[in-house]
Design a protein. Sequence first.
Length: 56
Amino acid sequence: MALAFVNTRPFVVSNIIGATTMEQLRENIASIDITISNEAIQEIEMVHKANSNPAP
């Protein structure tokens, strides 16, 4: 889901992945076919607004 979300961001030119196995690589590549609903994106953005920097 994280990769699918990143793919929806208009400012992202490339999505960097760190697959260590072929299975993980397949899952990462398959993220291009995942569609996140607008409702889920809005909820993610609400969490981001509340915690814009989770690692201060």
